[in-house]
Design a protein around this ligand. Structure first.
Ligand SMILES: N[C@@H](CCC(=O)N[C@@H](CS)C(=O)NCC(=O)O)C(=O)O
Length: 220
């Protein structure tokens, strides 16, 4: 299951959604073939006809496996968890699964999409938002989301070394890449002490560390 040739990941070092997929693949011990889609070069390779034919959403990541192309990082994470059950990326009990997904979705549905590259490009092209205004926009949504998440994590009895208990789950797989995005717009993760503690712990795990943008072959 872990042979490189069975899986191919379309990604970009700086993409936090691809970062999620990389963490999940690493946790499962899968080394995919890496196919790089540069999101800026030439207007963005995601818009080129070859990639658009594969993924009409023109977003990364996408995972090729077993004759299928799976898009959407959350779908990729849950697919990997189903085909390679150990170590589990979701808690065993229904409430635990709901709790881990709740944190994951708070990042992946409510913070990340409105800060995405295409959103920033759109507010620049349509409303003339400068680079600093785009960063301010991103900071606003990250602060809004992380402030809520900090309260949720600081007050939940299920918070452990990770977001849910002492093993990584889909929640951490979404939260840690969003911390990297926060730093890129000059936010201090220490503002949110529980998030900072979980991030520091997660980054000691080789699966998270190896997935960091700076550790990717296409890193600039
Ligand atoms: N909901 C999608 C989001 C994917 C996404 O937005 N990817 C970004 C990179 S993090 C992208 O491809 N952006 C290209 C663009 O905005 O043109 C997922 O979780 O996979």
């Amino acid at each position: 299951m872990s042979s490189s040739s069975e899986f191919a990941l379309y990604g970009y070092f700086r993409s936090s959604a691809a970062f999620r997929a990389r963490i999940a693949l690493n946790l499962k011990g899968i080394k995919p073939e890496l196919r790089f889609i540069h999101l800026l070069r030439g207007g963005g390779e995601q818009h080129g006809p070859d990639y658009a034919a594969l993924n009409p959403q023109k977003l990364i990541p996408a995972l090729a496996h077993d004759g299928h192309l799976i898009t959407q990082s959350l779908a990729i994470i849950e697919y990997l968890d189903e085909i390679v059950p150990e170590p589990p990326l979701l808690p065993k009990d229904p409430y635990g699964r709901a709790h881990a997904r709740e944190i994951a979705y708070a990042v992946a549905c409510d913070i990340h999409p409105i800060n995405n590259l295409r959103v920033n490009q759109h507010i620049a092209a349509t409303f003339g938002a400068t680079a600093e205004q785009q960063a301010a926009w991103q900071r606003h949504w990250i602060v809004t989301g992380f402030t809520a998440l900090e309260t949720m994590l600081a007050t939940s009895k299920y918070t452990g070394a990770y977001c849910h208990g002492d093993a990584p789950t889909i929640a951490d797989i979404c939260l840690i890449p969003q911390c990297a995005n926060a730093r890129r717009v000059k936010l201090e993760i220490a503002t949110w002490p529980t998030i900072a503690r979980i991030e520091a712990h997660a980054l000691k795990h080789p699966a998270f560390a190896a997935a960091l943008p700076a550790n990717q072959p296409d890193a600039e």
